[in-house]
Design a binder for this molecule. Structure first.
Ligand code: VAH
Length: 316
């Protein structure tokens, strides 16, 4: 990868990945894009509506990129609220991005998710290759997206690669419209109020990962030797399987009086229950050396420290 276009660059992953890519590959080699222009973009920025057929192609050609990292998407809860819009963005945007990669011979990354699995998928130690019958629009988009990316690889030779992200936890840009967002909110509320009311029920396990591990995984996969890849779209990756009470006990090691309450949101609880409890990441480890550096406790220490700094800066 030398010159990269990132779509969805203002999102939870995109905002941090763009900065990481700039520090790794050079400021001028990263073109950030999203549906709207931010007030003060920190580098090259282009407005792209991924549902407009030619916009990704035109910007990729304009900057002569060699890679597209396609992140523009609606997450699970928002996709469940607006399923047709989700189909237009998640699938219409993806096929436009793949067409640009095919016509310009570009490397291609787009994330899938543990949301690509459904209630009939084995819930524990979910295999890399298994039954995928998701019952959400987001999950349908992710499974279809995996198949579409594999099709562009096998039919047209596009170098497509992807990972199935677990819930991602970060402090830079809040996630929007996800089911796992509680695992970000809990840290902010722990600092602000010493308490948090979870919309996901106690005992509901989901795979989770700290954002630094997610960013490293994207770069590591994209730089991996293609001859070692037996899979393409998409690799199971995870750092920890956790339920709300695990976050509470990890936070209490830093904030002893922290209290966790529960007021379950049936929609997001239903989505969470349709996903695996824990997935198996052996294929990613064997084929491109995936390894997560953060467990729940060192993630908690770093999240609380960084959020305190951020809130202090915001209030200055
Ligand atoms: C969501 N954060 O909650 C995303 C992710 C595995 C969860 O796909 O929709």
């Amino acid at each position: 990868m030398k010159k990269i276009l990132v779509t969805g660059a203002l999102g939870q992953i995109g905002s941090e990945l763009t900065e990481k890519l700039r520090s790794t590959y050079g400021e001028d080699n990263i073109i950030a894009s999203d549906i709207r222009r931010p007030e003060n973009p920190s580098g090259i920025f282009e407005e792209i509506d991924v549902t407009k057929e030619k916009e990704i192609y035109e910007i990729s050609k304009k900057y002569n990129v060699d890679t597209i990292i396609h992140l523009a998407a609606l997450l699970s809860a928002k996709a469940e609220a607006f399923p047709k819009v989700a189909w237009e963005i998640n699938m219409g945007g993806l096929v436009n991005a793949l067409e640009a990669a095919k016509q310009l011979d570009l490397k291609f990354f787009t994330p899938s998710s543990i949301g690509a699995f459904g209630p009939s998928t084995p819930k524990d130690n979910t295999p890399q290759d298994t039954l995928q019958r998701p019952t959400t629009m987001y999950g349908v988009n992710k499974v279809a997206g995996e198949l579409l990316c594999d099709y562009y690889f096998s039919r047209f030779g596009v170098d497509t690669r992807g990972v199935r992200f677990p819930g991602l936890i970060s402090y830079v840009t809040a996630p929007g419209g996800g089911t796992t967002d509680y695992a970000v909110e809990v840290y902010y509320e722990a600092i602000r109020k010493g308490a948090y009311t979870s919309y996901i029920a106690q005992g509901t396990h989901m795979d989770m990962m700290y954002m630094p591990d997610a960013l490293n995984a994207i770069i590591q996969l994209m730089e991996a030797n293609p001859d070692r890849l037996k899979h393409r779209n998409a690799f199971n990756i995870t750092a920890v399987s956790a339920a709300p009470e695990h976050f509470a006990s990890s936070i209490r090691k830093q904030i002893p009086n922290f209290e966790m309450g529960y007021q379950v949101d049936p929609v997001r609880q239903g989505i969470a229950e349709s996903w695996p409890d824990s997935i198996n990441a052996d294929a990613a480890k064997e084929e491109w050396g995936f390894e997560a550096a953060y467990d729940i406790d060192n993630m908690t220490v770093d999240m609380l420290e960084k959020i305190r700094e951020k809130l202090k800066k915001d209030s200055a």
